[in-house]
Design a protein around this ligand. Structure first.
Ligand code: SF4
Ligand code: SF4
Length: 200
């Protein structure tokens, strides 16, 4: 099953990398820029979680210990949390670098691109780091929080800033399960997988 999931990953990664390539003039992603790995929820299906753990098992013991301590700290913080939406820094991030990069989840592969709007929405979803002077910030309409066509035209970039169909919901659709013969399984936030593991 993991081999089939890897084939699917290869397929979507190639597509997503192609989107990044097309949007190159707007992209500021680089190793060590890890704002997208912080202060978020990180949706993960069961197979993504399993794959992430298989990456964890390839790491040196001392790195594993750091990650385990970080997981525990986030689980504890979540227990004490009283609000509606618990946001946290990914425990697999060490010194602003992903420790399990080849094994990262699907959502991690899409960080930084514009997500195409759903039918009932009025605008595409810009990446949060647009407000940090990063991806697409040069074409941001700050007042409306949308891409400014005027700014894009003024810059004279040939490729327009585009939204892509890359929501976690779409990328974990049953159609991919059928095509590649595997199952995503249940979906939760990354930390919930550990929280529930602890309870067992
Ligand atoms: S798994 Fe890696 S890429 Fe994904 S949020 Fe965690 S540190 Fe970032
Ligand atoms: S998506 Fe944004 S925050 Fe993440 S690496 Fe790219 S530029 Fe940095």
């Amino acid at each position: 099953m993991i081999e089939n999931y890897e084939k699917y990953l290869e397929f979507i990664s190639e597509k997503i990398n192609g989107f990044f390539e097309r949007q190159k003039p707007y992209i500021k992603c680089r190793k060590g820029c890890a704002k997208c790995c912080k202060n978020a929820e990180f949706p993960y299906s069961f197979i993504e979680f399993k794959y992430l753990l298989s990456g964890f098992l390839t790491l040196d013991k001392e790195i594993q210990d750091i990650i385990e301590a970080q997981i525990l700290a986030v689980v504890e913080a979540k227990k004490k949390f009283q609000g509606e939406k618990f946001l946290y820094d990914c425990p697999f991030l060490i010194n602003d670098v992903c420790s399990v990069y080849p094994y990262r989840g699907i959502v991690c592969r899409t960080f930084g691109l514009i997500i195409q709007k759903k039918e009932n929405e009025t605008a595409n979803k810009v990446p949060f780091c647009i407000h940090e002077g990063l991806n697409y910030s040069m074409v941001l309409d700050e007042e409306k929080n949308i891409i400014s066509e005027k700014k894009y035209k003024e810059l004279g970039i040939s490729e327009a800033p585009l939204g892509f169909n890359i929501s976690h919901k779409f990328l974990t659709d049953i159609a991919f399960e059928k095509k590649y013969n595997f199952e995503f399984g249940e979906k939760k936030t990354l930390i919930d997988w550990f929280e529930n593991k602890e309870k067992k």
